[in-house]
Design a protein around this ligand. Sequence first.
Ligand code: CMC
Length: 422
Amino acid sequence: MTESITIIDNRTGNQLEIPISHGGVSAAEWQKLLPGIWFHDPGLTATAFCESTITVVDGENGILRYRGYPIEQLAEKSNYLEVAYLLLHGELPSAVAFDQWRHEVTMHTFIHENVRKRFLEGFHYDAHPMGMLVSAVAALSTFYLDAKDIFDPESRNKQITRLIAKMPTLAAAAHRFSVGMPFVYPDNSLDFCSNFLSMMWKVAEPRFDANPTLARALEILFILHADHEQNCSTTAMRVVGSSHADPYSCCAAACAALYGPRHGGANEEVIKMLTEIGSIENIPSFVEAVKQGHGRLQGFGHRVYKNYDPRAKIIKRTADDVFAITGKNPLLDIALKLEEIALNDEYFTSRRLYPNVDFYSGLIYQAMGFPLEMFPVLFAIPRTAGWLAHWQELLDQDSKIVRPRQLYVGAEPREYVPLSQR
Ligand code: CMC
């Protein structure tokens, strides 16, 4: 079988054979035959935006791998910092390299006092923590002027370390401010997740020791959220990165993309939906309304997965461990029944709509005490590793600035009419 496609311009009869490479065809080749004819692909549903070696999602079979390693193995055996290293460097670290990496991240967890005192504390008392995070990440670019040296490997590594290390500090600071609690400084004797939990929950005790089961659950959730190839926020990172902006500005754009309910805001929407449903008896009428086009089943469906999201399977198991400590989230029974009903309903099965990562993650976060507004923030912390891995890859690929075309369907040329004559 020939691994190519042939296109024919029916206006001229001219034809061109384009090789299929890694499951894609080159738009540059297409352009040779059809200059000025553009692909119309809103949502980029049929466009491979780049070549990447970082993460593979096989949506048909429900498979997710980082740098070739199955997500199930990483979630079971690894930790977030090791996974971040893997995403950024392409290989798991040696023991020495891991110690060095962990030390560097730990030594960069503090934020400049001005970021907290003058910047974060300048927000209105009821500011959404994700809005604060988006702005604070962008503001970091004004503190690290060397961040503009994006092709200097030393500077690049420094910004990457800073971003991974400071995200939990900024996230916890945003939360503490939004609930009127004093800022908690990082505790460098704690690991990445335990330190974050300490900055979130510490009150007057000299040292906050997180429950190890809850710290491990957070670690698993961070691993599962660390990357997901060309999702909306990673694409935002690559788009802004393609203009050669500094990594803080790129990450702020990625955070902003993650803020939306169709992306990182979805698990918050799941909790709102389950709360609105209220009891198991109300599920059938709710599902019926969704089928009639009144809203969506939040936490269901995915652009790529047309099968059970492998992350959702792992999260479901993690939920049991968490609920053993925190007590069961009362919304769990509604979620389980809702899943069962949807998975047996032709509307959802025919559209291949399955639970995604957000269906159960919100239940865990809520049981752990995180307010709903923190959910997208909790997504942004680990996804920073993925964003930065893609940013690095993009810069090493000598890529062009992202500048798509459009199909203009607006007004024909017309003459300006002065205000007095309109
Ligand atoms: N509930 C009910 N119907 C749905 C849903 C849903 N959650 N998702 C898709 N559909 C239907 C949709 O109405 C359409 O039906 P029809 O063909 O009759 O018009 C069909 O399925 C295809 O939907 P689509 O909007 O073309 O699919 P998409 O690939 O553009 O959207 C999605 C993907 C994730 C935005 C969408 O499934 C959705 O809105 N889900 C709910 C929000 C959610 O859970 N988001 C988190 C995604 S996972 C986390 C992440 O990676 O960020």
